[in-house]
Design a protein around this ligand. Structure first.
Ligand SMILES: NC(=O)c1ccc[n+]([C@@H]2O[C@H](COP(=O)([O-])OP(=O)(O)OC[C@H]3O[C@@H](n4cnc5c(N)ncnc54)[C@H](O)[C@@H]3O)[C@@H](O)[C@H]2O)c1
Length: 395
């Protein structure tokens, strides 16, 4: 008899270990940074969703010599990630909160430490820097389209290199389009456990994120309608084969409505009258105000609210229709029970862009003329080549 089981050893790992081991671009970058130390004697202040993939980025920057002072974004901070980072000597400010005031205090503390570089997500840090500028800021990065919209009019007040990761084509197709589409389908099923087949899904916003959400629900056998305030984007949706009726019809016919615009008050109390009984509302845009939850709850049209486990709330309207809201309008793929966020590979790409852009700012390879601009094309090409090399090596 050939019994080998006695020879097998066993060990355990956390989900963060699993994720970190699959962030192969960050691992390569980390090994290089340990030699080149681009952030020696520099502090990076950051605000980003504190989840396992972000931990892989932070450890990479730390290996590059950076002192880190980090806080999360509203609602999405994962306690296991905070504990993991603290155990590695990272200064983490704050904890998971849905309270914008409490979160604002955490952001203030990041600026109080006067970092040399800022890694921003939504423009919260740079807008605070403008109100309380200090000497020594070299510049930094902004992750999102929402942050770019906020910071573009403030260029004259910032006057530092500030590279917008969202505006890399890699971020747009790898994360916003493919990964958010996948993770939104996964998250809607995780929250509701309802079928996607044959359901009428309305996607509001047809930018790179909305395009991915619409495509992935089509792949999940839903009947997908698209609404966008921009007629050119709406035309593109139409030619991509989606239904593009007037907004009122798109709202009233939907079983599931997903906002993906980066704007505020996209769905409001004025829309309640048109919604179907049992419609589900969810948001994937950066700010939780895409669905005006506060305005809807103050509108006088709701008789009762049922709060289910796992962050499903049902608004029972006075006319007896029920409207279900997921995660109180926070980003669906980073909320609720066991949120996984976007795929490891998509975030590995996006966070390697982050690491390389911060390196370019730290080394003075970009200047004040690069204030709120896309990722430089040579960094895009470098990151794309590295990923392709890894893919080819495993073919
Ligand atoms: N959840 C995630 O993991 C994740 C990842 C990436 C991006 N995002 C977020 O998704 C949002 C959209 O990002 P994007 O890159 O697609 O932006 P984008 O600017 O490319 O596209 C947004 C689209 O929404 C449309 N729009 C704006 N206001 C509208 C309104 N009131 N009604 C209908 N359409 C409207 C615009 O015309 C545009 O076509 C941003 O907030 C971004 O931060 C989330």
């Amino acid at each position: 008899m050939n019994d080998t089981s006695a020879d097998i050893q066993s060990s355990t790992g956390t989900r963060i270990d699993w994720v970190d081991g699959r962030c192969r671009l960050l691992q390569e970058t980390r090994a290089e940074f340990a030699d080149t130390l681009p952030f020696a004697n520099l502090t990076i202040g950051m605000s980003l969703h504190l989840e396992p993939k972000t931990a892989a980025l932070i450890v990479t920057l730390h290996q590059g010599g950076a002192k880190i002072v980090a806080t999360g974004n509203l609602n999405s901070t994962q306690p296991e990630t905070v504990a993991y980072l603290k155990a590695r000597g990272i200064n983490v400010v704050g904890h998971q909160t849905k309270d914008p005031g409490v979160h604002g205090d955490f952001l203030d503390q990041i600026i109080d430490s006067q970092p040399d570089l800022l890694l921003d997500n939504g423009g919260d840090l740079f807008t605070r820097y403008i109100n309380r500028p200090y000497a020594g800021l070299l510049g930094g990065t902004e992750e999102t389209t929402s942050g770019r919209m906020r910071l573009t009019p403030l260029r004259k007040q910032i006057q530092k290199p500030l590279l917008v990761i969202n505006d890399s084509p890699i971020k747009q197709f790898a994360e916003n389009h493919h990964a958010v589409g996948q993770s939104t389908v996964e998250s809607i099923m995780r929250f509701t456990n309802r079928v996607t087949n044959g359901r009428r899904v309305t996607v509001i916003g047809y930018g790179s994120t909305g395009r991915g959400v619409a495509a992935h629900f089509r792949n999940a056998f839903s009947v997908v309608t698209v609404v966008d305030i921009d007629p050119v984007a709406t035309l593109q949706a139409n030619l991509d084969g989606f239904l593009t009726p007037e907004r009122a019809h798109a709202i009233s016919s939907a079983d599931l409505i997903i906002t993906a615009t980066g704007a505020r008050n996209v769905l409001t109390a004025d829309d309640l009258a048109q919604l179907k009984d049992e419609v589900v509302l969810a948001n994937v845009g950066h700010f939780p105000q895409e669905i005006d939850v506060a305005g809807i709850e103050a509108s006088g049209q709701i008789e009762n609210i049922v709060e289910y486990d796992d962050e499903i709330a049902t608004w029972e309207l006075k006319d007896k229709r029920r409207v279900h809201l997921l995660a109180r309008g926070h980003m669906i793929n980073l909320a609720g029970t066991r949120p996984l966020g976007n795929s490891i590979e998509s975030m590995d790409l996006g966070f390697t862009l982050q690491a390389r852009c911060l390196e370019a700012v730290a080394r003075g390879q970009v200047g004040p003329q690069h204030c709120v601009v896309p990722v430089p094309p040579d960094i895009d090409a470098q990151v794309a080549s590295s990923y392709l090399n890894l893919v080819r090596a495993s073919m």
